[in-house]
Design a protein around this ligand. Structure first.
Ligand code: ZN
Length: 169
């Protein structure tokens, strides 16, 4: 198991779309292991393959990563089948967008289909925090960051801050 480097904005790879996984083979299983270690090490509640430079449709998540008993979930080729309602999720953050949080408009509940790592079809109907985490991670697989979903005014603030930091390096 390896800890992978998490790409951060403005890395262009983050705006790539992931390709569907065709075979859940050894390479994919190794990637899942590495993604999980990287997520727990960060720590974060979710990680999409795109964030570690791998353009396959895979996400890992655990909405209570600090619990002693870990409950890792793997979702392959996830698709949002339907969504309902809107909610403003407060202080959303992202491992690829360091030191920035913002309120983001999300669907209240979602129905998601995909596969687990044993190729078993999954159907997840959820709301609240998990629904937001899954929408956030599926966005990554479509090349979308949460800062793409906030006002251009707020996004501009963050972009200017990042430019300044990059200039100082
Ligand atoms: Zn993220």
């Amino acid at each position: 198991m390896a800890i992978l480097t998490i790409l951060t904005y403005p890395d262009k790879f983050l705006s790539q779309s992931a390709k569907p996984v065709e075979n859940i083979d050894g390479t994919i299983q190794d990637m899942i292991e590495d993604m999980s270690s990287t997520m727990y090490e960060a720590p974060g509640v979710g990680l999409a393959a795109i964030q570690v430079g791998f353009d396959q449709s895979i996400i890992v998540y655990d909405i209570s990563p600090r619990d002693e008993k870990r409950s890792l979930h793997v979702l392959i080729n996830p698709k949002i089948i339907s969504s309902e309602g809107t909610t403003i999720y407060e202080n959303e953050g992202c491992l690829s967008v360091p030191d920035f949080r913002a309120d983001v408009k999300r669907s209240t509940s979602v129905l998601i289909e995909g596969f687990d790592r044993k190729e078993k079809p999954l159907r997840i109907e959820t709301h609240g925090h998990l629904a937001v985490v899954l929408q956030h991670e599926i966005d990554h697989l479509n090349g979308i960051l949460f800062i793409d979903r906030i006002s251009s005014l707020k996004r501009g603030l963050y972009k200017r801050r990042i430019k300044k930091i990059l200039r100082q390096k």
